[in-house]
Design a protein around this ligand. Structure first.
Ligand code: EPZ
Length: 431
């Protein structure tokens, strides 16, 4: 099984290009099937989650032409089925965006119940509440969510919890509904705004995306569009924290600094220097990091998808820090792996980590429990002197394109290996 072999101790130094936002692209690709005309989507990240969603779309007859690694042309005029099979939804939860898109366009959709990746319970009750408010009958049978509507009429929907997925899925189901839909307590993440902007570029009428009240006036049909996905704020944040954790000097390029404000603010609190330009952010960490406290919140708060990365950084900072996870109920599984490296972290009540910073982490053989924690564990190994390995990197490849290649370009000694023989060769090579 593939894993990363890492020789830690080198600071990350240099520039890295950030790719398109995975969590925006998933919603945009689902939205693309709502027109019978050709759409072109650019700046797609070439990662497993995106490729699995494209396969799910092809499985119901959507024509997908990849014109280059980061660009697809999509034609959904010949959709032959409205059932998204189990194997796609098991691989990626976000296949459920096809539920909202197919329901919105064809008034019928069947999608296997999504699994939850191991960061806690991953409910979909708010998605279903929205579909029902729009006039759909929704039932769960044989592991499938079946949504059906004679017609979809605009409704006033209040989301009890701020939910990115529910906001996007309800938007998809509402854009072709009759009349006005209001989504209250909507998620404000940049990727929600990106999906709304794409839908508007196809002729939808959505206002207020990025605020907590999204207003949608249903239109008759959607037309062709050529659209480029926004940069990935979490990929950018991961490399920014890589600079902090390895006492390096990294410039993330092709970013939107505004989307990174909460991440930048925390890095400054921890003693890093930040330089911003219109599409780049430079992070320099010349001395030991300082402690701080952080609570994950919906955007524009500190992102839950950056929680493992900041915990690793605080694990080697001076002093005591507290990290509170307010979005998911089981997102500290990776702490056991950090403790193997000598970290002094105690998780209390499931959603609070009390961190006593240690001088340094020691190398170890680790396993990635999920996508963002996997990336954070790699950063921890880069900071720890000696040779480490990280297994289950398939999680990391779900959301990071060429992760080890980009790290190598910043001076990291890291390789993707597939056998003990390759590990021995790596050890001989790096000494
Ligand atoms: C999206 O997940 C992202 N995934 C997650 O990123 C991210 O962590 C999360 O938003 C929060 O920002 C994608 O966009 C594909 P939510 P999503 O609905 O939409 C509860 C990554 O690393 N909830 O905003 O599933 C839920 O249990 C991934 O790229 C309900 O109660 O998250 C959670 O506590 C990991 N009922 C909270 O809302 C619902 O119907 C926020 O979840 C839906 C959600």
């Amino acid at each position: 099984m593939e894993r990363y072999a890492i020789k830690g101790g080198n600071p990350l130094v240099g520039e890295v290009e950030i790719g398109g936002a995975k969590n925006a692209a998933l919603g945009v690709l689902a939205a693309a099937i709502m027109t019978d005309e050709m759409t072109i989507v650019e700046n797609l990240p070439d990662v497993r989650d995106i490729n699995v969603l494209l396969q799910a779309m092809e499985s119901i007859g959507v024509m997908v032409y990849r014109t280059d690694r980061h660009t697809v042309r999509i034609n959904a005029s010949m959709i032959s089925g409205l059932v998204i099979e189990d194997d796609y939804i098991k691989k990626i939860r976000a296949s459920y965006y096809l539920l909202g898109a197919l329901l919105g366009k064809y008034k019928h959709a069947e999608v296997a119940l999504p699994g939850g990746c191991n960061i806690g319970s991953r409910k979909i009750d708010l998605h279903i509440k929205g579909f029902k408010a729009l006039g759909a009958q929704v039932k769960i049978e044989h592991g499938l969510i079946i949504a059906d509507a004679k017609q979809l009429k605009g409704a006033h929907i209040y989301l009890d919890t701020v939910s990115v997925g529910a906001t996007i899925n309800i938007m998809l189901a509402a854009v072709l509904a009759e009349g006005k839909t209001i989504i209250e307590n909507a998620a404000k993440e940049p990727h929600v705004v990106d999906v709304a902007n794409f839908l508007n570029s196809m002729g939808a009428n959505i206002k207020g995306a990025g605020t907590d009240v999204v207003r949608i006036n249903g239109v008759k049909k959607l037309h062709a569009s050529n659209y480029s996905i926004i940069p990935d704020q979490i990929e950018a944040g991961t490399f920014m924290f890589g600079a902090a954790i390895t006492k390096g000097d990294v410039t993330v390029k092709n970013v939107i600094p505004k989307h990174l404000e909460s991440i930048t603010a925390k890095l400054i609190e921890m003693g890093c220097q930040i330089e911003e330009s219109d599409d780049a952010v430079r992070v320099t960490a010349s001395k030991r990091l300082e402690n701080t406290h952080v609570k994950t919140l919906p955007y524009p708060g500190f992102p839950t998808d950056m929680q493992p990365q900041i915990t690793v950084a605080l694990g080697i900072a001076e002093g005591t820090s507290i990290v509170t996870e307010s979005i998911f109920d089981n997102r500290f599984k990776y702490v056991d792996e950090l403790v193997k490296m000598g970290a002094n972290i105690k998780v209390e009540g499931g959603n609070t980590a009390v961190i006593e910073g240690v001088e340094r982490l020691t190398s170890a053989n680790l396993s990635a429990p999920d996508l963002r924690a996997g990336a954070a564990l790699v950063l921890a190994c880069l900071a720890a002197e000696g040779l480490s390995t990280v297994e289950d990197i398939k999680y990391i490849e779900r959301g990071y394109e060429d992760f080890e290649v980009k790290l190598q370009s910043l001076g990291a000694i890291i390789e993707k290996i597939d056998s003990d023989k390759e590990l021995t060769k790596f050890k001989l090579k790096v000494g």
